[in-house]
Design a protein around this ligand. Structure first.
Ligand code: TTP
Ligand code: MG
Length: 355
């Protein structure tokens, strides 16, 4: 049996700002773009959440809900630094650390001998270190797998721990809404709800065959996750030198217009990943095209802009395409960066961002 801890900082960006400026402690606060920039919030403190102010909400809407809301621009450099310090604390306890974003990570403590190997005591010690050394609070979920640990860390937020022992998994999972399961984004949630499947208990009534017929590989995961079964391992982070996204089309793309559409969709995904990684600085953009003869062509371009530029991606893509003029199987977009810690599979949770 494995022992997994999932740790997630409480209103991370906002908490850092409140710590650094005590005047912000008792006011509704959000961090995000002003109307001119992206105009959406990255997060809000718990006081602002009482008004319904949430991450990914347009700033103007948040102001309507809470006229006294203070919106500060993000200081990514500071958040990255805090994130590094938090990871250093994790590293005192285990080498198996899988960061999912600047503010959350899975830890596998199965073989840790500290605290007689008690995952609960280890989690408590980590939260304590984070508070003593950084004056920030975090919440933790402790369980025998990643799925349950992550859902659990949300249960007693802020500054809380939730332990789900294997004998409690059945009870814990039964009434959970399907959207809590890893991999269930807004689209899949809608599909399931249209079939009357709202929580894990509903999902458990579906046969494996039906789920696989309907959802392919994801069907197997749904079958297992709805029973609290998850064999995914904690995969320690690697330093990455690029952030990229790609898309293999169901049908080859032949028209310029469809290609442009695909490029725009991919661009949004890339931007999302880049934002989640804390907007690391980059020096090159690259585009990859694979044609129907499986030949692959790439193009790189130096770029000194602060934000990845859709226009430049389109130009590069058109240059690559015009030289070939064949149906396209795959399009990829990417950024070469100084280096950044790989983040896991958060994609689904952040679907709301940038919409
Ligand atoms: P979360 O852990 O989702 O949120 P949080 O830490 O602010 O609040 P909670 O106490 O509920 O965990 O995300 C961590 C940070 O990631 C958050 O502080 C800001 C950033 N973020 C975005 O930039 N955009 C988003 O849409 C979300 C959800 C988070
Ligand atoms: Mg958090």
């Amino acid at each position: 049996m494995r022992k997994i801890i999932h740790i997630d900082m409480d209103c991370f960006y906002a908490a850092v700002e409140m710590r650094d400026n005590p005047e912000l402690l008792n006011v509704p606060l959000a961090i995000g773009g002003d109307e001119g920039r992206r105009g959406v919030l990255c997060t809000s403190n718990y006081q602002a959440r009482k008004y319904g102010v949430r991450a990914a909400m347009p700033s103007f809407m948040a102001k309507k809900l809470c006229p006294d809301l203070i919106i500060l621009p993000p200081r990514f450099d500071v958040y990255r630094q805090e994130s590094d310090s938090i990871r250093k604390i994790f590293a005192r306890y285990t080498e198996f650390i899988e960061p999912l974003s600047l503010d959350e990570a899975y830890l596998d403590v199965t073989t840790v001998e500290l605290y007689q190997g008690s995952a609960t005591l280890i989690a408590q010690a980590i939260l304590n270190d984070i508070w003593q050394e950084l004056r920030l609070t975090a919440s933790a979920g402790v369980a025998s797998n990643k799925l349950i640990a992550k859902i659990a860390s949300d249960e007693n937020k802020p500054n809380g721990i939730c332990i789900v022992t294997p004998d409690k998994i059945d009870d814990f999972i039964a009434n959970l809404p399907v959207k809590k399961l890893f991999g269930v984004g807004p689209k899949l949630q809608q599909k399931l709800e249209n079939k009357g499947i709202n929580n894990c208990k509903d999902l458990q009534k579906q046969s494996l065959t039906d789920l696989v017929n309907e959802f392919g590989k994801m069907g197997v995961s749904l079958y297992q996750y709805s029973r609290g079964i998850d064999s995914r391992e904690v995969t320690p982070a690697r330093k990455r030198k690029s952030i990229s996204v790609e898309w293999t089309f169901e049908e080859n793309i032949e028209s310029e217009q469809s290609l442009l559409r695909a490029c725009e969709v991919l661009y949004k995904r890339l931007l999302k990943r880049w934002l989640l990684a804390g907007e690391p600085s980059f020096n090159k953009l690259f585009v990859k095209l694979k044609f129907d003869d499986f030949k692959q062509h790439t193009k790189e371009q130096i770029c000194n802009k602060e934000e990845p530029s859709l226009e430049i991606f389109i130009l590069m893509m058109e240059l690559l395409n015009n030289n070939n003029q064949k149906p396209i199987r795959l399009l990829g977009l990417g950024l070469r960066i100084e280096s950044y810690i790989e983040i896991g599979q958060l994609e689904f949770e952040f679907d709301a961002i940038l919409k």
